[in-house]
Write a protein that binds this ligand. Sequence first.
Ligand code: TEU
Ligand code: CA
Length: 541
Amino acid sequence: MEEKWWKKAVIYQIYPKSFQDSNGDGIGDLNGILSRLDYLERLGADAIWLSPVCRSPQDDNGYDISDYQDIDSMFGSIEDMERLIREAKKHHIGIIMDLVLNHSSDEHRWFLEAKKSRENPYHDYYVWRDGEKGHPPNDMRACFGGSAWEWCPEVGQYYFHQFSVKQPDLNWENPKVRQEIYSMIRWWIDKGVCGFRMDVIDQIAKEPDRKITANGPRLHEFLREMSRETFRGRDLITVGEAWGATPELAKLYSNPDDSEFSMVFQFEHIVLDQEEGKEKWDLAPLPFLKLKETIQRWQTELYGCGWNSLFWDNHDLPRIVSRWGNDGEYRVESAKMLAILLHGMQGTPYIYQGEELGMTNAPYAIGEYRDIETRNMYRERLENGYDEADIMASLHAKSRDNARTPMQWDTSENAGFTRGTPWIKVNPNYRTINAESQLHDENSVFSCYRKLIRLRKTYDVFVDGTFRLLLEADEDFFAYQRENTSCRLLVICNFFGRSRTCPLKPEWEQMELLLGNYSSIEAPEIFRPYEARMYISKMEA
Ligand code: TEU
Ligand code: CA
């Protein structure tokens, strides 16, 4: 297994708007991140993925970019970015940029030109269709609600947008668009970034006349061209967001021949707790056996022919300790259990800001939410007659703002995030859940993550060991083992809040306890609520 640095690395995702404000305007910024590099180095992160900081009208919190080669003034300047890249390197941390290539902002100069006339040289940078006002080309819906077609009176045509009206889809069929994008990527590579996260990259080869968005026919042709023209052969990490990925497709995306990306974010495990064929708002209990089967399939099918990303959280997802752990009595134990379970697997682990503290969801009142997806869903579901209490229950469980409340640093006002008024309310539980109270506590969630990051660098079995699921039909335990020629790793997690006797005792008796989430073990065969243990044994040479 050839050595790529990102196979041993752990990536930390920062949502800049909510990480650390440095100038008192209530909005996180680049100089705020600069001031927290010591914290990130102490955790042991090898790189930080920054959600977009480029110039944007902020309709979708920066995922609507109006200038790919300038920093939005709310986050700082391009000089601040260059300094952050330099200083992060001194802390042995790389910077991964978030590239939003499926669409731009409607305030990007390309679109401002495009809508001037059908003959404008930039018109075909976007996806236009003739039609009559009030009669869109077809009934495709946008991800944030409403039609995916917006009437543009200036040219008497519709333009296509898979996301908000202010996020017109780029036309990847147009080679000029592709070349503009490749030159922008090379510009960022020359700035010294260590990699890229590619936003909804499986949707760029869209064919709206055939209602195709994800996995379009020319997708891998475009991805291979992009790789050849930009990051291929360089020691960069590239991770594509691919909601429609399957293990078969992931073998293309993460082919070790370097033809496309290092890996993708796939979401098959993420969508398990919603009603089949419905939306994420239509809540369903987590099918635990299906979760184990899904994760096992991804681990085994990519072994030796691809590479997994490992994550529970990101800026679009609710916080895992509230979602599949227990954010009440067993918050610390379950947060650590979920960390041990994930970080023992093969792949590159991603830690989302605050996950390393066991930060929780924030059940807000509707007026305290900021996210366009949340606001549109609330309005649409009310209009469609949903019960308001049910709507709020869905938002409390799944709103993206659960992940976007400010980072909880300490017990000072606004959790040390800002001395101004935060752009979104700080979760009131910051007085008990914050970094300052955990940094020097050996039993904290933070210390558990720090140990896991170091274990991944110490034992090759985390990187190249095989994966075998154990107790497949057990309704409480998620257990697996990893093995290579020199080591065996055994991870046993009680995924729920009932104490259980574990039938794997013969397995661990000759093994060394590497890490657990309870400070001591009285009766080894009893796994307490959310108890997790990682055992290791060295094979006879
Ligand atoms: O997300 C892609 C995407 O499909 C998600 O928005 C998902 O549909 C939604 O979160 C499920 O509730 C990427 C970015 O991660 C997201 O923040 C952006 O809003 C979106 O693309 C558009 O750029
Ligand atoms: Ca600021």
